[in-house]
Design a protein around this ligand. Structure first.
Ligand SMILES: Cc1cc2nc3c(=O)[nH]c(=O)nc-3n(C[C@H](O)[C@H](O)[C@H](O)COP(=O)(O)O)c2cc1C
Ligand code: SF4
Length: 413
């Protein structure tokens, strides 16, 4: 399939303007959804197997169905923090087509009985935040937001909230803390946000791309969506491709498109005809794949079976000119800097590993350094409060394991 669905109209100038969006059939999905029963929408999204696009790949419809039907305020938080290194597809959606996201928000909130939604956007996206705010105002003026939307009796307000630059605030419970005005420290789960979330109320948290797919499912049906992708993983994905390729960028392709094809066909192959050294397939937290491991369909299950993860579908391509120690430096520096410090293994372990890696990089590494890195990473893995610990340990272990010879050659024999 070469046909774009989510990004179909993205080349049209000023699509972010509501009149242009309406000319392209904008807000038809909302009109259709408001005539359905909320349960019907949840069922359709469940049937579509729309898996979360933020990282964990959890089925969206199932998540919504966990929200208790209680007479309490409930909230939607759209995760627009886009902090995972290598990921730049949410900003592509929000800057080109903010109304698609707003449509998705309206339908999701109607399905789950939510009347207040937040878009938690990373602070660096100031221009996009303003674009979202103007789109919200436009939608309000046309009667798609506010009270009694299109005469349906349904009310909804949307607020844009800017983050302040911490990667950890993309983790859903840290995001809630931050939104409540506190330090962005992840919460222990359970309870899960669906039952105890923002201000202790039931809360749905979904990624921008996840929510932007909802109008497509409502307009075209779950079967259509499923047929685009894989039976357990429907639709398309927006792959952010960066690194040593001829044509980096965002590519909308069916879920399950082979990784090799994305790199060599869509992204034009490795820059300057060099040889491939490795690929990070799902954002920095995803373990690296060797060149011989890239014949993998890019869906959650297949990438997991290869020992990595699809994550945010951010593909980082590394060629033979890059010393692996430089990749390890970037990874370990990032996690040691971004650890929130609540758990000892993550706080101490990530910075300790980074110190060893810096030592090796400066030519002062010692015998046993690689084993020490492995020992420390294994002390972090599975022993922390939030998934950042594993997200740091797993890529480090994969690099050390797969490029051991290159690292060992840097140490005294
Ligand atoms: C350290 C960390 C950072 C994360 N950053 C983001 C992020 O920037 N954007 C995002 O959508 N999800 C991020 N996530 C995943 C969220 O916790 C959550 O799973 C996601 O927002 C749920 O939405 P989805 O089900 O639609 O993917 C992060 C997770 C962790 C552990
Ligand atoms: S794993 Fe790291 S980032 Fe997550 S809560 Fe613990 S210290 Fe904070």
């Amino acid at each position: 399939m070469n046909e774009k669905v989510l990004t179909r109209y993205f080349d049209i100038p000023h699509l972010y303007n509501i009149d242009v969006y309406l000319e392209k059939g904008g807000y038809e999905a909302v009109r259709k959804a408001l005539k359905l029963k909320p349960e019907e929408i949840i069922e359709e999204v469940k049937k579509a197997n729309l898996r979360g696009r933020g990282g964990a790949g959890f089925p969206a419809g199932l998540k919504w169905s966990f929200v208790p039907k209680v007479d309490k305020p409930k909230y939607l938080c759209v995760n627009a923090d886009e902090g995972e290194p290598g990921t730049f597809k949410d900003r592509f959606i929000m800057s080109h087509n903010p109304h698609l996201l707003i449509e998705g928000i309206i339908i999701t909130c109607y399905a789950v009985d939510i009347h207040l939604a937040f878009i938690y956007i990373r602070g660096e996206y100031e221009k996009i935040a303003r674009r979202l705010e103007s789109a919200i105002e436009e939608a309000k003026r046309k009667g798609f937001l506010g009270s009694d939307i299109l005469g349906s009796g349904f009310n909804l307000e949307v607020v844009v909230h800017r983050g302040a630059g911490a990667y950890i605030c993309g983790e859903e419970t840290a995001l809630l803390e931050s939104l409540e005005g506190k330090r962005g420290h992840p919460r222990l789960k359970p309870p899960f946000p669906a039952s105890v979330g923002l201000f202790q109320m039931p809360t749905v948290i979904n990624n921008v791309e996840t929510i932007a797919n909802v109008p497509l499912i409502i307009l075209n049906g779950a079967d259509w969506f499923l047929n685009l992708g894989k039976p357990k993983d429907g639709g398309t994905r927006l792959f952010s491709v960066s690194g040593m390729v001829e044509r980096p960028g965002v590519f909308e392709l069916p879920v399950g498109t082979p990784l090799r094809k994305i790199i060599y066909e869509y992204a034009g192959g490795i820059k300057n005809g060099r040889k491939l050294k490795g690929v990070i397939p799902g954002g920095m937290s995803a373990p690296i794949l060797l060149p011989e491991e890239i014949d993998v369909p890019m869906d959650c299950e297949s990438v997991f079976n290869k020992g990595s993860m699809l994550g945010s579908a951010a593909i980082i391509v590394i060629d033979e000119s890059v010393p692996i120690i430089e990749v390890l430096r970037k990874v370990t520096k990032f996690y040691s800097h971004e650890s929130c410090g609540q758990c000892t293994p993550c706080r101490i372990g990530t910075s300790w590993i980074n110190k060893i890696v810096e030592r090796i990089a400066s030519g002062k590494g010692g015998k046993g350094d690689i084993e020490e890195i492995e020992r420390l990473a294994l002390q972090i893995k599975g022993r922390t409060l939030c998934p950042l610990g594993d997200a740091a340990a797993m890529p480090i272990l994969a690099i050390v394991n797969k490029y051991r010879h290159e690292l060992e050659a840097m140490l005294p024999q």
